[in-house]
Design a protein around this ligand. Structure first.
Ligand SMILES: NC(=O)c1ccc[n+]([C@@H]2O[C@H](COP(=O)([O-])OP(=O)(O)OC[C@H]3O[C@@H](n4cnc5c(N)ncnc54)[C@H](O)[C@@H]3O)[C@@H](O)[C@H]2O)c1
Length: 334
């Protein structure tokens, strides 16, 4: 039995991914043991995943298994051997737009993988399972900001439906086996080593190269952009939260930024004007995702600290320092 916070062992899935990498790094810094799992899917250039993984591997308290969470036997071996105190399931096929192209790829990681995580947790008595959900579960709700008590029965994409499915599955495992569980609805997360399929990466790259950027919904999209460090702090609070049954939390940023304002901030930091290709909204996408974080503030002491301006500065400076290899990455599949 673990007696000391510092000795807790956390199984994080998706550690070669953007949020998983940052969470694992923060946990290792905080003295936890981290068991990482990832299968390096080729949705975006795996060189980005390898770069993150290389940084984690430097730490002796990081044990890694290259397996798919959709492979129950492989996952069971890891959990049986490592006996984690908590599982944080971040592995997934991400991306709203790609789920229109290849909806099948969401079945493995998001549906089957999440089922396997809960099944293995109940079998090996892992007390707590935290998992990534998404603001996309709010579908085309027009009431903003989005609150956890709002209806989420109308997902607009296969990706959003898979995340809603994860939330209901978690409830079933909580009621059947008493697993302490929380679904974390993330809202457009940005930061260093960020995903090459997300707007901040694609925009920064194209502005540097003088190539046009696709600006959907004529730039009238609004987002609660969140810095990855704030998300990580939210997940850490949930790992340590004293009482947990079944909960859903919005973990989003505080500032709501229209897309055009965001592009202006990028132009300023990069020192170059963007060539904008104004387009209509894409199928599956929603014009506004704005977080009401009252519940996370109350229960977790969640306080997003990184401003939108700081998110842009942090990302652009990291990109410029690393542009030699970042500009060589293949275009993501979406
Ligand atoms: N980044 C965001 O803005 C955002 C917003 C809302 C929700 N989310 C959710 O947060 C989680 C983490 O997202 P991210 O941005 O780090 O994405 P990411 O794609 O960078 O990371 C996901 C990782 O999971 C791995 N993976 C995929 N299928 C797997 C499988 N079957 N077995 C093992 N590993 C597998 C991938 O190789 C990848 O490294 C995901 O569940 C995502 O849906 C992210």
């Amino acid at each position: 039995m673990q007696t000391n916070t510092k000795q807790k062992k956390i199984l994080v899935t998706g550690t070669a991914g953007f949020i998983g990498y940052h969470l694992a790094e923060a946990l290792l810094k905080g003295g936890y043991f981290v068991v990482g799992v990832d299968n390096f899917t080729p949705y975006y250039d795996v060189r980005m995943k390898e770069a993150r993984h290389k940084l984690l591997q430097k730490n002796k308290k990081f044990h890694f298994y290259k397996i798919s969470i959709a492979d129950y036997a492989a996952l069971e071996k890891v959990v049986k051997k490592e006996k984690p105190d908590v599982i944080v399931n971040l592995a997934a096929q991400a991306g709203v737009r790609f789920s229109l192209k290849d909806p099948w790829s969401y079945a493995d990681a998001n549906y089957l993988g999440t089922l396997n995580i809960f099944e293995v947790a109940q079998k090996y008595r892992v007390k707590r399972v935290l998992f990534a959900s998404s603001s996309s579960v709010y579908g085309d709700n027009t009431k903003t900001p989005f609150s956890e008590s709002d209806a989420t029965d109308h997902p607009m994409s296969v990706y959003a439906a898979s995340k809603k499915g994860n939330e209901t599955l978690a409830y079933a495992y909580h009621s059947l086996y008493g697993i302490e569980t929380a679904g974390m609805r993330f809202f457009t997360v940005y930061g260093r080593y960020g995903r090459p399929d997300l707007a901040i990466f694609k925009f920064t790259k194209n502005i540097i190269l003088g190539k046009p950027i696709n600006v959907y919904n004529q730039g009238a999209m609004k987002r609660s952009f969140t810095h990855v460090d704030d998300v990580v702090r939210g997940v850490q609070s949930l790992i340590e939260k004293k009482d947990l049954k079944y909960e859903i939390y919005n973990l989003g940023g505080d500032e709501v930024t229209p897309l055009v304002t965001f592009i202006k901030m990028l132009e300023k930091r990069i020192g170059k004007k963007a060539v904008m290709n104004l387009m209509s909204i894409q199928a599956g996408d929603v014009p506004s995702t704005i977080a009401d974080t009252t519940k996370a503030r109350r229960d977790l002491g969640y306080r997003p600290r990184v401003s939108m301006e700081e998110i842009v500065v942090d990302f652009v400076d990291w990109f410029l320092e690393n542009k030699a290899w970042l500009l060589k990455l293949k275009e993501p599949k979406q």
